[in-house]
Design a protein around this ligand. Structure first.
Ligand SMILES: Nc1ncnc2c1ncn2[C@@H]1O[C@H](COP(=O)(O)OP(=O)(O)O)[C@@H](O)[C@H]1O
Ligand SMILES: [Mg+2]
Length: 228
């Protein structure tokens, strides 16, 4: 599957230049993590990629046949539908209802299938949201700080689960975050967005991540220095 390409994108809000002559190629075969401080334009970039917003100048090419999914900081579930029904909404036409069982078990929500969002913890709601997004069989999932509202342990667990899924399924992710550990856990390719453009890039080897390994600690130091 071809890549999603941004070519010399500029985006302004009034006098504020958020993205400046930005060119970027995003592969649907890997997890690209875009890091940057609050207000640097991460959400704007994702909205442009999703087609929810238009650039002032430059072009975005989305390969025909590449299905984009999107996951937000909040779970955005329908409160009047059960967990199972919320996930079923993501299934493409023609799917069998039993497919939901697969996604429920993958995010460990089998027991909670018939509960309503208000009966679930924040972490469980975000898991249901992840399952709904995965159920859509998107080729590339755009994620806007999807785990930011979760406590440390729930966040770490979901990150590991997502990493496993990225490795096992032929699915790409573009994830924006200001969390360095999240970037190191999930990313195949790390980018830093600053003053409207990408200022730094590093690739990480495939496989499960040990944040305490000397090589990842070294990358973390470089990242923190660059973000400071
Ligand atoms: N719809 C909008 N109208 C005006 N300014 C906006 C709008 N959306 C974002 N901005 C501004 O653009 C900048 C980047 O915002 P955003 O993309 O949300 O940053 P991030 O997600 O990295 O925190 C901020 O200064 C923000 O105030
Ligand atoms: Mg944002």
């Amino acid at each position: 599957m071809d890549a999603l390409k941004l070519d010399h994108i500029t985006k302004t809000y009034g006098p504020r230049v958020v993205l400046r002559d930005l060119s970027l190629t995003l592969s649907p075969q890997e997890c690209t993590v875009i890091l940057g401080k609050s207000g640097c334009g991460k959400t704007t970039l994702l909205r442009l990629l999703a087609g929810l917003e238009q650039p002032d100048t430059g072009t975005i090419s989305r390969p025909a046949g590449l299905k984009l999914g999107m996951m937000f900081q909040e779970a955005r579930l329908f409160p009047w539908l059960t967990c199972r029904e919320n996930i079923a909404l993501g299934l493409p036409p023609g799917s069998i209802p039993q497919e939901v069982d697969h996604w429920l078990s993958l995010v460990q929500l089998t027991e909670a299938a018939d509960q309503y969002p208000a009966q679930l913890s924040g972490g469980m709601q975000q898991r249901a949201s992840l399952a709904r997004t995965l159920a859509m069989h998107s080729g590339l999932i755009l994620m806007d700080e999807p785990f930011a509202a979760l406590d440390y342990f729930t966040r770490a667990q979901l990150q590991q689960e997502l990493r496993t899924m990225v490795e096992q399924m032929s699915m790409g992710v573009v994830l924006v975050t200001h969390n360095v550990d999240e970037a190191l856990t999930l990313g195949d390719r790390l980018l830093i967005l600053r003053e409207g453009t990408m200022v730094w890039e590093e690739r990480l080897p495939p496989g499960k991540r040990d944040l305490l390994s000397p090589s990842l600690i070294a990358v973390k130091k470089r990242l923190l220095k660059e973000l400071a």
